[in-house]
Design a binder for this molecule. Structure first.
Ligand SMILES: Cc1ncc(COP(=O)(O)O)c(C=O)c1O
Length: 376
């Protein structure tokens, strides 16, 4: 018995013991050691209603909190074995092999690795929707790649026909559901695009908001990976799993593609607490269903109020909504900030739209009150 097998087994025991304990007695399991997310935040944060970063206001699973407290004494160890266990678990969840999973320090790291590995003066351009989540555009630019922005269609889907015409594309980035519009690119169009694009071009589908989408026109493209070595899917624990501050995400792709990404990655980039929390979250049968339900209820509350105020918004398939504020959004963002309500940044392609994260109902009430004042 060597030290590696001990740490591997011990970690597995910690995860399952923590999960079992929290499942039976959630309140008791947490009460002694870990402040719950529902506790009041530090005084400096109490005044700020933060609806700017598409975070999950309900926090991580109780299973995750328990697993982290149980993992404190593993903080002196590198995360190799626990990370392998998490990869195995994610592989099972997504019906792929463990060598088809790459953990990242948030899915942001996966996006960065895709830009570094597959774009640049030699590898090709980055092609992305406009507007979309900008991180990978920044990384590709730093990597010396030309960035081609293709406006979304009039239904705020990615314009795949236009995207497929760009020559020398290293990576086509498709954020689905898309941030900041919360809109989807229909599953049939996306599958058709993936089947036709040159195998030299990598397709990166960012499914950060996968769990919130419930349209019959939406589905994950992970099942298509087996037929497409040029397809990478990015997922995160930052959204429905409520772990934005912990930093854990992952890529799914064919083994050779994963190996290429891995060669650009720092060793041990995902910390052991995030690994413990992510693994335990997957044991919680309620985290996803509750998060989805609460988001939907609160989103409906907000959009009903917006309807009554005669504001239009893009139909949302995520935990945020893009509102047409019928005027330049920047002064409104500022006016809301002065009232301690933070909303999303300006997206230059939609200068009259405000991105609003769906928080708790009380936060949305605070937003609506500040919004009415700011408009007056
Ligand atoms: C579409 C999208 N992808 C990736 C990320 C990065 O998430 P992570 O916290 O996993 O790095 C975000 C964060 O908001 C996002 O909106």
């Amino acid at each position: 018995m060597n030290s590696i097998s001990i740490s591997r087994r011990k970690f597995a025991q910690l995860l399952s013991a923590g999960a079992a304990c929290a499942a039976v007695k959630p309140a008791l399991a947490l009460a002694k050691t870990v402040p719950r997310m529902k506790d009041p935040p530090a005084p400096s944060l109490t005044r700020i209603v933060r609806l700017s970063s598409n975070e999950n206001p309900y926090g991580p699973s109780s299973h995750a909190l328990k697993a982290m407290t149980d993992a404190f004494n593993l903080a002196c160890r590198y995360p190799d074995e626990p990370a392998d266990l998490l990869s195995e678990k994610l592989a099972k969840l997504n019906s792929v092999n463990p060598n088809q999973i790459l953990l990242g320090d948030g899915s942001g790291e996966i996006l960065k690795l895709c830009a570094e590995t597959f774009t640049g003066a030699q590898r090709g351009k980055l092609v992305a929707g406009d507007p979309t989540f900008e991180a990978i555009l920044h990384h590709a630019t730093v990597n010396g790649a030309e960035v081609v922005k293709v406006p979304l269609t009039n239904t705020f889907a990615h314009d795949l026909a236009q995207m497929s015409t760009v020559a020398n594309a290293g990576v086509v980035y498709i954020c689905n559901p898309n941030n900041p519009t919360a809109s989807i690119t229909p599953k049939n169009e996306l599958a058709d695009f993936i089947s036709k694009i040159s195998p030299q071009t990598l397709i990166l589908v960012d499914e950060a908001y996968f769990h919130y989408a419930d349209s019959p026109n939406y589905e994950s493209v992970i099942p298509l990976i087996k037929d497409h070595p040029n397809l990478i899917v990015a997922r995160t624990f930052s959204k429905i799993y409520g772990m934005a501050g912990l930093r854990c995400g992952y890529a799914v792709a064919q083994p050779e593609t994963i190996a290429q990404l891995r060669s650009h990655q720092s060793w041990d980039s995902v910390n052991i607490m995030a690994v413990a929390a992510a693994g335990a979250s997957l044991n919680d049968p309620d985290q996803v269903t509750n998060g989805r339900r609460l988001n939907q209820e609160t989103r409906t509350f907000v959009t009903t109020q917006l309807d009554a105020m005669d504001f239009k918004y893009i139909p949302s398939q995520a935990n945020f909504v893009m509102i047409d504020v019928k005027r330049p959004v920047l002064p409104l963002i500022k006016a809301l900030k002065e009232r301690n309500v933070q909303v999303g940044r300006l997206f230059p392609a939609l200068p009259n739209h405000m991105r609003l994260t769906i928080g708790k109902k009380s936060e949305m009430e605070a937003f609506l009150s500040a919004f009415r004042q700011a408009l007056a």
